[in-house]
Design a protein around this ligand. Structure first.
Ligand code: FMN
Length: 181
């Protein structure tokens, strides 16, 4: 099943969905999401990404314990851990891929949410990144940006609206001269 949702509709519809139905995400849809991630642009076309598809419920529960802000992963049937080789722009490159994943999930009728890992702590003694690396056997030289929870939504959220567009933050030619007056 490939949705025919129009691009602008997908972008508006995408919200952070943190509650998921029990239902598994079909492999066909997982493939589609990952294909979309690999269409991301990257600095100097370095394509530094690694993605770990986690379906094992016990591992997902352990990933949910990374931080308080990743607890929502507990009910996710699928978690995609977004990693990268440590290039000079790995954060940017991995972030773009993470957004492609979320948009692809939305287009396929799924819900997704970013659980942040980089530069956060698991507890007083261990970084969130080291905790995730330890759980999933990720080599030390690979960096972990985030964990995207994916599943059929068990919460409904309004899509984004035109009210959120901050035209006053858009400057014409030089900072301070508004594009629209
Ligand atoms: C860099 C980044 C880090 C985020 N980290 C988390 C997180 O750790 N836990 C979480 O529940 N949501 C996280 N989010 C989701 C944001 O809270 C969410 O995008 C924001 O509230 C706007 O809501 P929306 O996604 O529904 O438009 C993160 C989003 C981004 C872009």
């Amino acid at each position: 099943m490939v949705s025919k949702m129009e691009f602008f509709e997908v972008v508006k519809k995408r919200r952070s969905i943190r509650k998921y139905q029990e239902k598994d995400v079909p492999d066909e849809l997982i493939d589609k999401i990952l294909e979309t991630a690999f269409y991301s642009p990257s600095s100097r076309n370095s394509r530094p990404w690694h993605f770990i598809v986690v379906k094992d419920r016990e591992l997902i529960k352990a990933l949910a314990n990374t931080r308080r802000a990743t607890k929502f992963l507990e009910t996710a049937p699928l978690a995609i851990v977004v990693c990268a080789e440590e290039t000079s722009a790995w954060v940017e490159d991995a972030s773009i891929a993470a957004e492609h994943i979320q948009l692809a999930a939305t287009a396929l009728g799924l819900g997704a949410c970013w659980g942040h890992v980089r530069d956060r702590m698991h507890n007083e003694n261990e970084s969130a990144e080291d905790y995730v690396k330890r759980l999933l056997n990720i080599p030390q030289e690979i960096r972990v940006l985030c964990i995207i929870g994916v599943g059929y939504p068990a919460e409904q959220k309004e899509g984004h609206s035109e009210r959120e567009i901050m035209w006053e933050r858009v400057h014409l030619n030089k900072f301070g001269s508004p594009l629209k007056s």
